[in-house]
Design a protein around this ligand. Structure first.
Ligand SMILES: Nc1ncnc2c1ncn2[C@@H]1O[C@H](COP(=O)(O)OP(=O)(O)OP(=O)(O)O)[C@@H](O)[C@H]1O
Ligand SMILES: [Mg+2]
Length: 143
């Protein structure tokens, strides 16, 4: 499926729709250029699960964890691996605790910086592309 959004708000609405298909236990790869809307999408998704505080890019921390009050989802882990120097640095994050944990959703920006090849296969891969003006195309699943 491919959607075109025309504002950050529209991208967040699309993220809300995707959120409604998630049960917990999923790993999502968010791929696309700088500024293509990945973090904006995460903001919409985390807020769709009822989180009310600001959601910011984990640009330097690389990982933010949001505690969620929801029947099946207890936390959302947001990673941005753009500034990862070496995949071995990921060991410090204890990802084995959260990846495919049935109460956790894991969202990863720049997954290619940390997971080369088939080390971790996502349940959903969402690809963001910058278009003219404020257009972004967001593609996932069957295209
Ligand atoms: N349709 C749109 N959807 C999402 N963001 C948009 C859209 N139109 C304009 N923007 C702007 O584009 C920028 C997207 O930034 P965002 O941080 O979400 O990108 P990103 O893909 O996470 O980048 P990075 O790889 O640097 O983390 C924001 O400044 C936002 O306001
Ligand atoms: Mg980002």
């Amino acid at each position: 499926m491919q959607h075109t959004t025309h504002s950050p708000e529209e991208t967040k609405l699309l993220a809300q729709e995707v959120a409604s298909t998630l049960k917990g236990g999923e790993v999502l790869f968010l791929e696309g250029d700088l500024g293509s809307g990945k973090t904006t999408f995460v903001q919409g998704l985390v807020h769709a699960f009822g989180y009310t505080e600001p959601v910011r890019s984990p640009t330097f921390a690389l990982m933010h964890t949001y505690h969620i009050d929801h029947p099946t989802v207890k936390q959302i882990v947001h990673l941005d691996l753009y500034r990862l120097n070496d995949p071995s640095e990921l060991r410090a994050f204890g990802l084995e605790e959260v990846v495919h944990d049935p109460r956790t959703i894991v969202l990863i920006e720049w997954p290619e910086k940390g997971f080369d090849g088939d080390i971790l296969l996502p349940d959903k891969r969402i690809v963001f592309t910058i278009g003219e003006h404020n257009q972004r195309t967001i593609a996932y699943g069957k295209t």
